[in-house]
Design a protein around this ligand. Structure first.
Ligand code: FAD
Length: 477
C-alpha cells in the first residue's frame, strides 16, 4: 500500500512476542516449526533478486482448519503472513518478510472430486499442476493451463498468480478455468467465492478478484476448475529465421489470418545456443530466432502447412513439420528447459539474471523487437529472449556480472527500460509471472490514479490490518 496506509496498518497491529506454542497446540501435530534451518529452506522462491526476510515460524497446513487457526492467531497478534504454494514463483511473491509466519499449503494436495458430467474438478491448493493433468487423463479430461513450471508449481500458486503458459494462445490463462474457490480471509473467516456452475452472475466477481491477487487478499484452500475433453495429439512445426523481427512478422501475419495454434513459442539465437550447451538438444543455433508452433485442432495438417507458408513469406531460413509425437515432445522439452539453461549460463557469466515478463498486443511484436534491438545495441549487458509469442508475452533475460556494481546497475536499468517499452506499446509490465516484490515499484507506473485508489480501497477492506503478504504487489500502490 502507499505511504499513507502501510505505516498506519503496521501501527494498528498489536505488538509483543506472540505465543507460538499456543498456536502449535491448535494445529495438526508437527504443522508448526520454528527450526531456523527449516524456515530458511522455505523462505524464498526461484527469483534471484528479491529480498528475503526472517520469518518467526513456518506452518505447513494439513487442513483448512490449520489455515483458519493460523490466520486467527496472526490477525489477533498483527503478524504478517506469507502464503506459499510450491515456491516456483519468479517475482519474490512467496519470499518471507521480517517477522512473518510462512503459511504453506503444499501438503494440502488432494483431488476432492472429478466430475465428468459438470466437466470440472475440485482440488486442494497444493496439488502440482502436472499431477492433476495425469489424474484427469484416464477420464478423457484435460486442465489446459500449462506454465513452464507445470511439473513443479501448485494449482493454488497458479491461481494466485493467474499463471499462463504455452497453450494459453489457444485455451486462455488460469483465470479462464477457475469457477469457484474457497478462501480463508485475514481474520480466519472461510468463504466460498464463485460457484461450481458453468454460468453464474449473482453478485460481484469476487472469485475473479482473488485470481492473480498474489496472496495479498487471502489464502486459497480449495478450487473448482473447468475442464475440457483431452485434446488431440498435436502436429508440430518449427521454423528458423535470420532474426527475431522476421519471426515476429510471421506470428503477426499467421494470427491475423485467424489461425488458432495451440502453441506458438519463440526463442532467439542466443537461447538456442544456451539450450544446446545445457541439454545437447541439437537445435539450429546459427539461426537468429526459432518459432515452434503446434496445432491440436481438426485442421491441424492444414494449420502447420499454412504456418510454413507464412514463415517462408517472412524470410524463414527453414520451415518443417512433423506428426511424430517424439519430435513434438523433444521440442517442447527444449522449450521447457530454457529457464534452467538460463540459470546455468548465468552462473558461468557472473551470476546475475533478471527475467522480464512484458506482454504487448501481438500486432506490436515486430515493433517491440525493433526497439529491443536498439536497446541491445547500446548496452553492455547481454539480453536473450524466450517468448510465448502467440500471446505477445515476452521474457527477455538480462544477464550481468552480479559482483560488479556497474554491471548490476546497468542490468537494473535495462530491466526497467524493457518494462517501459512494454508500457509504451500498450502492454503490461507482467503477463504472467506477477508483480511480487521484484516489480512492485513498476505497478504504480502501469495503473492510473483511479485504479490505484480502487486497489487501495479493496486491500483496506479485505485486509484492514495489512497482514496478508505485505511488502509485495500492493506495497507501493
Ligand atoms: C522453470 C520455471 C518456468 C516457469 N514458467 C512459467 C510460465 O510459463 N508461466 C507462468 O505463469 N509462470 C511461470 N513460472 C512462474 C511460477 O511457476 C508461477 O508463478 C506459478 O504459478 C507459481 O506457483 P507456486 O505454487 O510455485 O506458487 P508460489 O511461488 O509458492 O507463490 C506464488 C504467489 O502466490 C501466492 N500463493 C501461493 N499459493 C497460494 C494460495 N494457496 N493462496 C493464496 N496465495 C498463494 C504466494 O504468496 C505468492 O505471492 C515459471 C517458474 C519456473 C521456475
Amino acid at each position: 500500500m502507499n505511504s499513507d496506509s502501510t505505516p498506519e496498518n503496521s501501527a494498528q497491529r498489536p505488538q509483543g512476542a506472540p505465543d507460538l506454542e499456543a498456536l502449535a497446540e491448535k494445529l495438526q501435530p508437527g504443522a508448526l516449526t520454528t527450526d531456523p534451518s527449516v524456515i530458511e529452506a522455505h523462505s524464498k522462491d526461484y527469483s534471484l533478486y528479491s529480498p528475503v526476510g526472517a520469518a518467526i515460524a513456518l506452518v505447513r497446513a494439513k487442513c483448512v482448519e490449520d489455515v483458519q487457526e493460523t490466520m486467527r492467531f496472526a490477525h489477533a497478534h498483527g503478524i504478517p503472513v506469507v502464503p506459499q504454494g510450491a515456491r516456483t514463483g519468479i517475482s519474490g511473491g512467496s519470499n518471507a518478510v521480517d517477522g512473518c509466519i510462512i503459511l504453506s499449503v503444499a501438503k494440502m494436495n488432494k483431488i476432492l472430486e472429478i466430475n465428468p458430467t459438470d466437466t470440472c474438478v475440485t482440488v486442494e491448493p497444493g496439488i502440482i499442476n502436472q499431477d492433476l493433468k495425469d489424474a484427469l487423463r484416464p477420464h478423457g479430461l484435460y486442465y489446459p493451463p500449462d506454465p513452464g513450471s507445470v511439473r513443479i508449481s501448485s494449482i493454488g500458486g497458479n491461481i494466485a498468480t493467474n499463471a499462463g503458459g504455452l497453450c494459453c494462445v489457444k485455451y486462455g490463462v488460469t483465470r479462464d478455468f477457475v469457477r469457484e474457490i474457497k478462501v480463508v480471509l485475514a481474520d480466519g473467516t472461510l468463504t466460498r467465492l464463485g460457484r461450481k456452475t458453468v454460468k453464474g452472475v449473482a453478485g460481484l466477481d469476487l472469485c475473479g478478484l482473488f485470481v492473480g491477487s498474489e496472496g495479498t487478499l487471502g489464502i486459497i484452500v480449495e478450487a473448482t476448475l473447468s475442464l475440457i475433453p483431452l485434446p488431440k495429439a498435436p502436429v508440430t512445426a518449427v521454423a528458423t529465421f535470420p532474426d527475431e523481427t522476421a519471426a515476429a512478422m510471421t506470428v503477426r501475419q499467421y494470427m491475423g489470418e485467424g489461425r488458432r495454434p495451440s502453441l506458438m513459442e519463440l526463442m532467439d539465437g542466443m537461447t538456442l545456443k544456451m539450450l544446446n550447451a545445457f541439454g545437447d538438444f541439437g537445435l539450429e543455433e546459427d539461426a537468429g530466432a526459432m518459432l515452434i508452433m503446434q496445432s491440436d485442432s481438426d485442421t491441424q495438417v492444414d494449420d502447420v502447412r499454412e504456418f510454413e507458408r507464412v514463415a517462408k513469406e517472412n524470410g524463414a531460413l527453414d520451415a518443417v513439420h512433423s506428426d511424430d509425437p517424439r519430435d513434438s515432445e523433444d521440442l517442447v522439452a527444449a522449450r521447457r528447459s530454457v529457464q534452467p539453461a538460463y540459470e546455468v549460463y548465468s552462473r558461468a557469466h557472473g551470476g546475475g539474471q533478471l527475467l522480464d515478463d512484458v506482454c504487448v498486443p501481438r500486432s506490436k511484436l515486430p515493433e517491440f523487437f525493433r526497439l529491443l534491438d536498439e536497446l541491445r545495441a547500446r548496452t553492455s549487458v547481454t539480453v536473450s529472449m524466450v517468448a510465448h509469442a502467440g500471446d505477445g508475452n515476452l521474457h527477455p533475460a538480462v544477464f550481468f556480472d552480479a559482483s560488479d556494481a556497474d554491471s548490476t546497475a546497468e542490468a537494473e536499468k535495462i530491466f526497467g527500460e524493457i518494462m517501459q517499452l512494454g508500457l509504451d506499446l500498450g502492454g503490461t509490465i507482467t503477463g504472467e509471472h506477477g508483480v511480487g516484490s521484484l516489480k512492485k515499484e513498476w505497478l504504480p507506473k502501469e495503473l492510473d490514479e483511479g485504479s490505484r485508489r480502487l486497489h487501495r480501497s479493496i486491500k483496506d477492506a479485505v485486509d484492514p490490518l495489512g497482514i496478508m503478504n505485505p511488502e509485495k504487489m500492493l506495497d507501493l500502490i
